[in-house]
Design a binder for this molecule. Sequence first.
Ligand code: AGV
Ligand code: CA
Length: 370
Amino acid sequence: SASRPRKVIFDHDGGIDDYVTLLLLLASPEAVRVVGITILDADCRAAVAWNTTLKLLHTLGHGAIPVAVSSLPAVNPFPDPWRNSVLSVDVMPLINDLTQEDLEPLRLSTPGEELMAQLLLGSGSGSGANSGTSSGSNATTRNNDRGNAGSAAGGYDKDGRDGDRGDGDDDDERITIVATGPLSNVAFVLKKYGRAAAARIREVWWMGGAMWVGGNVDFPGHDGSAEWNAFWDPAAVGEVWGWAEVPLIVVPLDATNAVPVTPDLIYRFGRQARHRYSVLAGTVWSRVVTWVYDRPHEPYYAWDTLTAACVLQPDLCEKLYDVESYAVVGGASQGRTVPLAPSPDAVARTAGGGGDKGSCAVAPDAEAEQ
Ligand code: AGV
Ligand code: CA
């Protein structure tokens, strides 16, 4: 039977791939309905990211989606060149056939972290759009008995269903958070609003961490074992992972290492040049394509886009491991996500031999970002 689209809060941080991810979510109305967008001032300039996000929404007829910028600060800020690079998306002519006045009605003064709470608890978004009217009472408590605090790929049913749907009205439906930056907003909401908020979250899907592969932090005094979204606010990872009742699916570097943004990938958008979303996505990707030459050992990846693709199409995740793990706070490894088990692939290789690939917490299909 056709299931209705799941409600999604898109919690992003304005990077290049965050925008392709937004396009992917907006282009899949049969699967997801974006009910709100929060922006963290992390891998971007939040003021620019706010504009870019509003312009994309306005251009594509999604101006009713509330968007707000978070006030939460960095523990370890992103490098300025990365933060500045997203201006290259904001200037795209394809999203600039409008005036500044077109954007003003779309701006919310609510801080992003409070917008996230309002969307979850149903106390209104302030924009009049998509604000639920439910009391936030926990009508559909699910006992998550997996004991998966701090797990990667925890709490996920293979068929993506909860088993308790089909009754109740739309406002009672729990919300999926797709987080493609540091976990600060989610951590803030859980810390401040506690179980009332937790009970309203269906799942958190997070791009972040590095389980059985090296990290991507290259920073003086750091040992390189952490992924950047975790490093930006290590304590937030621990906060979110500590909530056993919040199902968390992590898409770490183990998985995203398989999806570099290559020229071949972007050329394929050419065959879809009559479709606006494809032109936009291909154009955004083109901002980073020379990385495969400039930095062959560390190209740009479709990190966040793979994460959203897995939400839309769960069978992309061939391998989901339920793993106890924790995040290191402070010191030379801060932000490292440490699994308390050997890689299941390593075990399989030892037992069966013949493995030729690195281990993967979630093995993506190569077509993921289509
Ligand atoms: O670590 C990956 C995360 C993703 O959410 N971000 C980029 C993606 O949006 C941080 C990041 C790691 N390496 C980067 C990053 C790079 N070389 N340039 C910009 N951002
Ligand atoms: Ca990001």
